[in-house]
Design a protein around this ligand. Structure first.
Ligand code: FMN
Ligand code: SF4
Ligand code: SF4
Length: 257
């Protein structure tokens, strides 16, 4: 069976996953498309197609957790990693996560995505017009691979060389990285615009957000995806002073599931 799974904070990766699903289902019956289940899944003789954004030059923690908690038997994996900035060591992280699993990494591709990283010092969310152009191009890139995926063709992923910029996150082990990012919520602050709608809580894949005594509170298992900050309808979540007055990322594409 063909299984498309995605992780996405602001629907860029979701848009690519959905676009592929819409095209492939026209001639394939046994195909599914879902948000990743971080508790894991069982794959047997399947083709798994993964979509996710690169975060802090690393594999998103929910993706790593999904792989760790899943069971694989003779699974072929195609990967599309969304990148706006630095590619980082995401392929190394992925290979480590897949080590000792009964999988073949058939392809690993970087797809250009708009930027939603508004906690970076000079970070600016891509505007809707430019985002739309980037997403159209990225979609076309992904759709070019349909025949390859259908025919279960493989690239030589060992030939891929990823250049990265050394920073505090690329220098540490994945475990240490997870520990560092988990505490990111300590920097998040709720302003007076919050109406306690709980959108952020429902959006958080890590279940890192709670409403305690009427106040939105962040726990200690964040993965830094920024779904909460970008998607809050009232712009009520700030990252220290950095995001104050800064445009949030808004995905211009409609996904009619
Ligand atoms: C905290 C954070 C860190 C990011 N780090 C990187 C990075 O290291 N390299 C990169 O290419 N893109 C990086 N991005 C950009 C995202 O990959 C990009 O905005 C992507 O479109 C988000 O996809 P989504 O809508 O599917 O969540 C980062 C985004 C966030 C929020
Ligand atoms: S999404 Fe925004 S307004 Fe809604 S509960 Fe969260 S912080 Fe408050
Ligand atoms: S708290 Fe916000 S940034 Fe952290 S994992 Fe949840 S949604 Fe993502």
């Amino acid at each position: 069976m063909y299984k498309i799974r995605y992780f996405s904070a602001t629907n860029n990766s979701k848009y690519y996953a959905y676009s592929l699903y819409e095209e492939m289902k026209k001639d394939i019956d046994d195909i599914s498309y879902e948000f990743i289940d971080i508790n894991g899944e069982e794959f047997k003789d399947d083709v798994l197609i993964l979509f996710f954004p690169i975060l802090f030059q690393r594999l998103p923690i929910s993706l790593n957790t999904f792989i760790n908690n899943s069971k694989f038997e003779n699974t072929l994996i195609y990967v599309y990693a969304g990148s706006f900035d630095k590619l980082g060591i995401v392929l190394n992280d992925l290979k480590n996560a897949l080590k000792e699993k009964d999988v073949t990494l058939a392809s690993f591709k970087i797809v250009k995505v708009p930027n939603n990283n508004i906690i970076k010092l000079w970070g600016k969310a891509t505007g809707e017009f430019s985002a739309s152009i980037i997403l159209d191009k990225g979609r076309n890139e992904v759709l070019k691979d349909i025949e390859k995926i259908k025919n279960k063709e493989k690239d030589d992923v060992n030939k891929i060389k990823i250049k990265y910029k050394k920073n505090k996150y690329t220098k540490i082990s994945y475990k240490k990285y997870e520990e560092e990012i988990a505490k990111l919520g300590d920097h998040f602050m709720i302003n007076s615009e919050c109406i306690r709608c709980r959108t952020c809580q429902m959006d958080c894949v890590r279940e890192n957000i709670d409403l305690i005594d009427g106040i939105i509170t962040f726990k200690d298992k964040c993965e830094g995806c920024l779904a909460c900050i970008n998607n809050c309808p009232y712009g009520a979540i700030e990252y220290e002073d950095i995001t104050r007055g800064r445009r949030r990322y808004k995905n211009p594409k409609e996904i009619n599931e």
